[in-house]
Design a protein around this ligand. Sequence first.
Ligand SMILES: [Zn+2]
Length: 456
Amino acid sequence: MKKLIVLIALCLSCQVFSQTDEDVLKQIYKTALVDGKSYTWLETLSMDIGGRLSGSLNAERAVEWGKAELDSLGLDKVWLQPVMVPKWVRGAKEFAYIKAGSGETTNVNICALGGSVSTNPLGVTASVVEVKNFEELKALGEAGVKGKIVFYNRPMQADLINTFSAYGGCVDQRYMGAVEAAKYGAVGVIVRSMTLNIDNLPHAGSMTYEDLPVSKRIPSAAISTKDANLLSTMLKLDTSLQFYFKQNCKQLEDVKSYNVIGEITGSQFPNEYIIVGGHLDSWDLGDGSHDDGAGIVQSMEVLRLFKTLKIKPKHSIRVVMFMNEENGLRGATEYAKEAKAKGEKHVVSLESDAGGFTPRGFSFDCTEASFNKILGWKPLFEPYLIHYFIQGGAGADVRPLKTDTNITAGLRPDSQRYFDHHHAANDTFDAVNKRELELGAASMTALVYLFDTHGI
Ligand SMILES: [Zn+2]
């Protein structure tokens, strides 16, 4: 008898899926792979528009394009949400070389970091001090740093399987490097590019001066990993070598831009929102295909698949193309602010901003109870090789929407090749695989469908 009760209890506790869930997921994946739109959309966004830094003409063209495409989907609402964004321009291409004691020069590949000041019109020439972290910098102090260029050369940790963790372990050099170096009188900052690849491409990204007065702000650039290794080797042979760099970037006045938003209004809970999104802006060196054109077109595809498959959601489903993730997060901040002011209840916010590579699963920032419920859906994803469900950070654009009770989530694609392209000139359309992109869009749609159908 006891055995029987245990057996019954076991059966009741195991999740039995309705045929419907399995069928719907099958339809979602099939339609995304056979008749998907995400890849064609990405081709237009990347090839016809291209890199779209906040405040640029291309960013505005991307806004117009995004709205027109959403308008064509027959959604219930499509609108633009105005937001003021910073406008930083790179200007003419940067130039840099290492000058050995013999007078011989070797050109190296650099790019100004986003938000950096320019050098003076003639450029900066100084000797170089290499450090791996801020502790080493502090130990050198003013005596070792004043009048020099600080070269941050801590590589991304290669043995971390999640390359985002390796990135997270290094990015302080890029973001805070100038503030720290300026404390000790440095005249410039050169940062090893945030990639595990050893190649010639400098990788852009944002940096800050915090509240440093303008007169104390020093120019800050990224150097390719190959040239970082070269500079480090040459410094070991000749500590008095000189480094020259010239950059022509500028911070202009803020300009008006927009988040692009589309909605299918829910049939049962129209005031409860499930959103999917990515960021519409990108760095300027490539065309922003992986970061984050992929997330944009995958999010658009979620709503298109709902429409195509005639799935009528209970909750309102929104796609949000956030503006200015890269150098300000103003779009996400504005979206969350307005949502709060209007009392809009965001139950799930799913972001795709980790590249258009093969999807492995999702990360969730949610309660233990919600996570356990989500884990019950794992078998539904098994046929599609989606198996990685973890609790953890969601993404920068959805973070401002987090409350104690809702769920923020992020698509987790394979991360091994992401930082080969991240913020560099090779973040281009040809680096995105059609099927991998489509599988990501289908996985997001499947997850949104399950949240909408079964609640959180
Ligand atoms: Zn991104």
